[in-house]
Design a protein around this ligand. Structure first.
Ligand code: NAD
Ligand code: ZN
Length: 342
């Protein structure tokens, strides 16, 4: 088992544990005063996992199944969840456990961080993306007119990553997570990138998850509120987001395409030398977009990383060496050409 600590104001905010079989052990932190637990989960496999975890809690509990995916990240549903917490008399010392993918832990965290001005949250992420990204760093949120428009910066007390659950995921969900994992390697851990080069289709889960969590924890500990350093986590996301919306791709697939474009910009600006398309392609990730080019460009320039001086992107000097820089429309066009949007 590996253990990581996310700190806030110098104190322990989140304990993250990762390793095989961890949901077969009690997941709650040992703490006096807890009277009950509400478990939020998603339909399908996460529900089965949640029932197993709940059976081992040893404290009064209720399991509430939310709708799947981002349908759970709705204000109307959050209001209903507050009502059910009120009916159950959820108190300041009680705990909400979120068991599911990133959408589920985002909404569970949002409810926990706002109920009674904040009660303890524990996450059991059941997707790779959830485990190495969404569950770490304290961003909670729901969608309104746009994605994640309302949310809080509140760390969960504990995150339990059971790598056996992640090993059993369908290949498509695994691959989506691999895209975020190799991204962590590109910005901070060349050995993680080397693991994917060596085992592109079936990388060793425990080591990949440990390394990717370590990267995110390190970045978050240096920059909780995204003032500067945390932006490197957006490598591949500026052009990726454009493609995600314009083409309706999954987030992981879009990030892969975004990394190919960002690598091309990095080559043109700093001589970055890396066969990005070959490596991501060998992992089964897409490296070209078939979206409408103008729509993608429009979306890129609406990006929230744009300020008065222009659009900021995360680029690479070398694997593990990120640089944040302003890019011109011509440079972006070069990146788009590399993903088939010339
Ligand atoms: N808070 C953050 O910092 C942060 C970071 C990245 C992403 N996110 C959010 O995460 C969400 C995407 O994450 P995701 O892809 O994990 O989300 P998801 O919760 O939408 O899950 C994707 C699908 O996987 C299924 N699933 C989950 N676990 C499974 C399992 N063990 N076996 C089989 N199927 C399983 C779910 O039922 C769902 O259909 C988005 O809402 C995004 O905004 C948040
Ligand atoms: Zn992402």
């Amino acid at each position: 088992m590996s253990r990581f600590e996310v700190l806030a104001h110098g104190a322990l905010a989140t304990e993250i544990v990762a390793g095989p079989g961890l949901t077969r052990q009690p997941v709650l932190p040992d703490r006096p005063g807890r009277h009950q637990v509400v478990v939020f989960t998603q339909p399908g496999t996460p529900r089965l996992i949640a029932d197993g975890v709940a059976a081992r809690l040893g404290v009064e509990h209720t399991v509430i199944e939310l709708p799947d995916r981002d349908v759970a990240k709705r204000w109307g549903l959050v209001a209903e969840l507050y009502e059910s917490l009120a009916q159950r008399g959820m108190g300041r010392h009680d705990t909400i456990i979120g068991i599911g993918g990133g959408a589920l832990t985002d909404v569970a965290g949002f409810v926990a961080s706002t109920w009674l001005r904040g009660i303890e949250a524990v996450y059991v992420p059941t997707t790779v993306l959830g485990a190495i990204d969404a569950a770490i760093g304290g961003k909670t949120g729901i969608n309104l007119a746009g994605k994640n428009l309302v949310g809080t910066f509140t760390h969960p007390g504990r995150v339990v990553v059971d790598t056996d659950i992640l090993d059993a995921l369908p290949v498509g969900l695994k691959r989506e997570g691999w895209a975020e994992a190799i991204k962590a390697g590109f910005i901070a851990d060349p050995e993680l990138v080397a693991l994917f080069e060596q085992f592109p289709e079936n990388p060793p889960m425990v080591e990949v998850v440990d390394r990717a969590i370590a990267v995110k924890v390190d970045v978050v500990n240096r920059d909780f509120r995204e003032a500067g350093q945390r932006m490197i986590l957006n490598f591949g996301h500026t052009i990726g987001h454009g493609v995600e919306i314009a083409e309706g791709l999954s987030h992981g697939e879009a990030v892969a395409i975004g990394m190919v474009a960002a690598a091309e910009l990095s080559t043109r600006k700093y001589g970055f030398d890396y066969p990005m398309s070959d490596v991501l392609g060998s992992m089964g990730l897409p490296v070209f977009s078939t979206a409408d080019r103008n729509r993608v460009e429009e979306l890129i320039w609406l990006d929230k990383k744009r300020d008065a001086k222009g659009l900021k992107m995360v680029l690479l000097d070398a694997v593990g060496s990120p640089r944040i820089d302003y890019v011109t429309q011509d440079e972006v066009a070069g990146g788009l050409a590399a993903i088939g949007l010339g």
